[in-house]
Design a protein around this ligand. Structure first.
Ligand code: SF4
Length: 346
């Protein structure tokens, strides 16, 4: 019976070094192979030109290198690029390159589908199939970095975990991927340029604070009134706003980092003065920034972007209360790459 070969990128550097020692080789060989696997993103053992043919054949007999493949790439008229990424088991996730004047941002996925059920989100309509492995998250970033260099003449500068899935429900793998992305042996990016955006899992926010992570945190809030939030993000019934706020207070006490809130204002749902007052009340305990994100309808249903008067009201009230506010225009709408639109339609 043929034994299934192991994915070599599931091994840590130390495990690779030990493997070579067990094979009667030098531990240093593990470092060389590790560098090929991560900072040089080798897809085949034969690409490892400073490793002997005999050793490459031995690796090939024992391991596979699982890599994502960009199955389809769509380019928007505004320069945004959406990748449909095929994983080693044939499942597909999406990631997006968002170019701006001074930066290029990768929006990456952390799960295939999502176990949460935000009513406004296209991904929620896909069943959660599985968590992504660290290498699958890392590879999305590498693919976008290459596209950024090719199409926009500059390397990737920022990463947001705002693609498919809830990153804090795949916490360990997201952290391992970020370790590789920020390591000099990986992409060497600064953790300050990485934002993990969560719908708000209080226990995990506290864990991140305890572990003193260096990346930034954003919370998709969308309403600071329990009843409203539960109606659009039903898991809020399990993790109510009081728990979320307590975890954010804990986060701020430990990290002293400003908290960013992602927020969409929808017509008839959260576009009233009481909604913005509740938001101010919710976030005034710590320095905060609210990103008001333009919404892209996923169908003709109940979720439609609020009018400009409602947005202006939000901006005025937040600014009066010394809360930083930005209005984010959506990007890549014509290719279904905008926030909330990722649903493997390409
Ligand atoms: S908004 Fe995020 S957490 Fe909510 S269903 Fe969509 S992917 Fe999942």
């Amino acid at each position: 019976m043929e034994t299934k070969k192991k994915d070599i990128r599931a091994l840590t550097k130390e495990q690779l070094r030990e493997f070579f020692v067990q094979q009667g080789d030098k531990a240093f060989r593990g470092n060389q192979v590790y560098e090929w696997l991560w900072s040089k993103s080798a897809h085949h053992f034969d690409d490892m030109t400073n490793i002997s043919k005999q050793t490459r054949d031995m690796l090939d007999a024992n391991f596979v290198i699982n890599h994502i493949e960009v199955d389809a790439m769509q380019k928007s008229s505004d320069g945004t690029i959406k990748n449909a990424v095929r994983l080693h088991d044939g499942l597909i996730v999406e990631s997006v390159l968002i170019p701006a004047k001074n930066r290029t941002t990768a929006c990456v996925s952390s799960q295939v589908g999502c176990s949460l059920d935000c009513k406004f989100c296209a991904t929620a309509r896909l069943k959660r199939m599985r968590n992504l492995n660290p290498d699958e998250i890392y590879d999305q970033v590498v693919a976008i970095d290459q596209e950024s260099r090719l199409y926009h003449d500059r390397p990737l500068s920022n990463i947001v975990f705002m693609g498919m899935g809830e990153p804090l429900m795949n916490y360990n793998n997201v952290l391992k991927a970020i370790d590789k992305i920020t390591s000099p042996e990986g992409l060497g990016m600064s953790p300050k340029r990485i934002v993990v955006s969560t719908s708000g899992v209080p226990k995990m926010i506290k864990k991140m604070a305890d572990e003193e992570v260096k990346f930034k945190l954003a919370v998709s809030l969308h309403s600071a009134i329990d009843e409203v939030r539960t109606s659009i993000m039903p898991f809020n019934a399990t993790f109510p706003l009081s728990d979320l706020r307590e975890s954010l207070q804990y986060w701020y006490a430990k990290t002293k980092n400003r908290i960013t809130y992602e927020y969409v204002v929808w017509k008839g749902i959260n576009d009233k003065r009481k909604d913005v007052d509740a938001l101010v009340e919710f976030c005034k305990f710590a320095p905060s920034k609210v990103n008001l994100i333009e919404y892209n309808p996923i169908d003709d249903g109940e979720f439609q972007q609020a009018n400009n008067e409602a947005l202006d009201m939000y901006v005025n009230v937040l600014e009066k209360n010394n809360i930083t506010v930005t209005v984010r225009r959506s990007r890549g709408k014509d290719i279904d790459a905008a926030c909330g639109q990722l649903a493997n339609k390409s």
